[in-house]
Design a protein around this ligand. Structure first.
Ligand code: GLU
Length: 476
C-alpha cells in the first residue's frame, strides 16, 4: 500500500499566518486525497519551537486553534522539537562517531578574519574546512578551553538535484554549500556535566524530524528552498530515504510586497473574528496558488478529491481581499440559518447584545446581502438596539410631508394581526388611503425601522421587528 505522510511545521514565533495556513491546507488536502484513494496517508502537526527567545505558548495555542477552526485534522502531533533535543543530540553524536560530522574549534574572530581575507581575494566568504577531517590530512590540536561546534561534512563536488513538486528540477552545486553547523557549542553548564553536543541547529532538527516522522512529501514555503540541498545531504549521510519536496511561492500583498501586517489581517483566526466562514477561507486559500481548471468555487470535498499535488502555481500569489469577500458572500447565502445564528450571536456578544429566538429568521432574511457575519450582525443589531441611522437616507425619505401617511400605517398596525400577509395588507390599505406609491411610503418606513432605505421587503422587516418595536420606531 502506498504511504503518504505530510506535515505542517509552524514556528510559534507568531500567529498562524495566511501563508502557513495555505501550506498546511495543501499538505492536509494532499494526505486526504491519497487517503480517499486507499493509501495509508497521514498529516502531521509539528511545532518548531527551537527559537526559544521568539517562541511563545500563546502562539502555540493560536496555531492549534487556527487548525481546529480550519478543520484540518492532524493524524499525529502536535510534536514539539524542544521535547526531542535528546534525540537530535544522539544523532549528532552518531554522526561525529561515523565521520559524517566533526568538531570545529574555529572561533568567531577567526571566522571573521577568514571571511575578510576571502573577500579581499575576491572569493565568496565561506568556512574553509580547517577542521574538516580528510584522509591524509593532519588536523590541528584542539585548543584547550574552547568548546567546539559540530559541523556537517558536506559532500564536495557534484550537485544536489531534486524534482520539486512545484518548481520542477532544481540543481545546486555542492561547492555552494558550506559545512553547516549542526550543533552549537556546549553551554558552560553542559560542559560541567560532561555534555559533548550543544544545542542542535534548526536545519538539523528538521532533518531528523522528517526522517523519524517518515515524511514522504515536504510541502513548504519557498523561503526554505535554500535549506533543501543541505537537508538532502544530511538525510543522505544518515542513510535516510528522501521525501519529495515542493516549494510553494509566497503570498504577496496587493502592492506586490510580501504579505504583512501592513496589508491588514495576516493571522487566519483574525478572519474568523471578522466574520468569514471557514468554507470560504478554505476555498479562497486553496485557490490562491493552485487551480483546478476554471473552478473558483468548490467544496472541501471537491478540493480533496482534486488535490493531487499538481497545478500548484510557480509564481507568487497576490492576496485579494475583495475576492475573499466575494467567496465569503457566496457561502453566506448557502449557510444554514441556525449555524449563522450562532456565528452572529458571537459577533453580537462582542457588542454586548443578547439576541432572541428571532435571530435565525433575521439571518435568513438578511444573509443574501451580507459579505460577512459581521455585516449580518450589523443588520441583526438593528432589531435589538437603536439602529445606526444613514443620515442621507433619513433626510431624503423621512420628511414632514410623509408623516401623516406613516401615522395612518401606524394606526393600522395597532390592530393588525402580526404576520406577513396581514402586514402587507396594512401597507396596501395605507397606500390606497393616502394615494402614495409604494416607494414613497416604504422608503421612510424602512429608514425609521432599520436606519436605512435599502432593506428586504417591508412586510418581512415589520414582521421580524414585532409590533411594539415597529410602533415605537414609526412614532417620530
Ligand atoms: N518552521 C518553518 C516555518 O515556520 C517550516 C519549516 C519546514 O516546513 O520545513 O516556516
Amino acid at each position: 500500500m502506498t504511504t503518504i505522510r505530510t506535515r505542517i511545521a509552524p514556528s510559534p514565533t507568531g500567529f498562524l499566518h495566511l501563508g502557513t495556513a495555505r501550506t498546511a491546507l495543501y499538505c492536509w488536502a494532499f494526505a486526504q486525497h491519497h487517503k480517499a484513494l486507499g493509501a495509508d496517508a497521514q498529516f502531521i502537526l509539528r511545532i518548531e519551537d527551537t527559537d526559544e527567545a521568539r517562541s511563545t505558548e500563546e502562539a502555540v495555542v493560536q496555531i492549534i486553534e487556527a487548525m481546529d477552526w480550519l478543520e484540518m485534522k492532524y493524524d499525529e502531533g502536535p510534536f514539539y522539537q524542544m521535547k526531542r533535543m535528546a534525540r537530535y543530540r544522539e544523532v549528532i553524536a552518531q554522526m561525529v562517531a561515523n565521520g559524517t560530522a566533526y568538531y570545529c574549534y574555529t572561533q568567531p574572530a577567526e571566522l571573521d578574519a577568514m571571511r575578510e581575507a576571502q573577500k579581499a581575494r575576491g572569493e565568496k566568504p565561506r568556512y574553509d574546512g580547517r577542521w574538516r577531517p580528510e584522509a591524509g590530512k593532519t588536523l590541528p590540536q584542539p585548543p584547550a578551553g574552547i568548546r567546539p561546534v559540530v559541523r556537517f561534512k558536506n559532500p564536495q563536488g557534484g550537485d544536489v538535484v531534486w524534482e520539486d513538486m512545484v518548481k520542477g528540477q532544481i540543481s545546486i552545486s555542492n561547492d555552494e554549500l558550506d559545512d553547516l553547523i549542526i550543533a552549537r557549542p556546549v553551554s558552560e553548564e553542559g560542559a560541567k556535566t560532561g555534555e559533548t553536543v550543544g544545542t542542535p541547529t534548526y536545519n538539523f532538527c528538521v532533518v531528523v524530524d522528517d526522517w523519524d516522522m517518515r515524511m514522504t512529501h515536504v510541502i513548504r514555503g519557498d523561503d526554505h528552498v535554500n535549506n533543501t540541498p543541505r537537508q538532502i545531504n544530511i538525510l543522505r549521510a544518515l542513510g535516510a530515504p528522501l521525501p519529495v519536496y515542493g516549494h510553494v511561492p509566497m503570498i504577496l500583498g496587493p502592492d506586490g510586497e510580501k504579505l504583512s501586517k501592513r496589508h491588514g489581517a495576516v493571522s487566519v483566526t483574525q478572519y474568523r473574528d471578522e466574520g468569514y466562514l471557514v468554507e470560504a477561507m478554505i476555498n479562497y486559500l486553496a485557490r490562491l496558488g493552485w487551480s483546478h481548471g476554471d473552478d473558483e468555487l468548490f467544496t472541501r470535498e471537491q478540493l480533496t478529491s482534486w488535490f493531487d499535488g499538481k497545478h500548484l502555481s510557480r509564481s507568487p500569489a497576490q492576496w485579494d481581499g475583495a475576492k475573499l469577500k466575494w467567496v465569503n458572500q457566496h457561502y453566506m447565502k448557502l449557510a444554514d440559518d441556525q449555524r449563522l445564528s450562532k456565528l452572529v450571536t458571537e459577533q453580537l456578544t462582542k457588542r454586548s447584545i443578547t439576541p432572541d429566538e428571532r435571530l435565525p429568521a433575521i439571518c435568513a432574511l438578511f444573509k443574501d446581502r451580507c459579505e460577512t457575519t459581521q455585516v449580518l450582525a450589523d443588520w441583526a443589531s438593528a432589531f435589538y438596539s437603536t439602529p445606526q441611522r444613514n443620515e442621507a437616507d433619513y433626510t431624503q425619505h423621512v420628511t414632514e410631508a410623509v408623516k401623516p401617511a406613516v401615522a395612518v400605517l401606524a394606526a393600522k398596525l395597532q390592530n393588525c394581526e402580526w404576520n406577513k400577509a396581514a402586514l402587507a395588507n396594512a401597507v396596501k390599505e395605507t397606500l390606497t388611503e393616502t394615494g402614495l406609491k409604494m416607494p414613497q411610503l416604504a422608503m421612510p418606513v424602512r429608514v425609521l425601522l432599520m436606519g436605512k432605505a435599502q432593506t428586504p421587503s417591508l412586510d418581512a422587516v415589520l414582521e421580524l421587528c414585532g409590533q411594539k418595536l415597529s410602533l415605537e420606531r414609526l412614532a417620530y
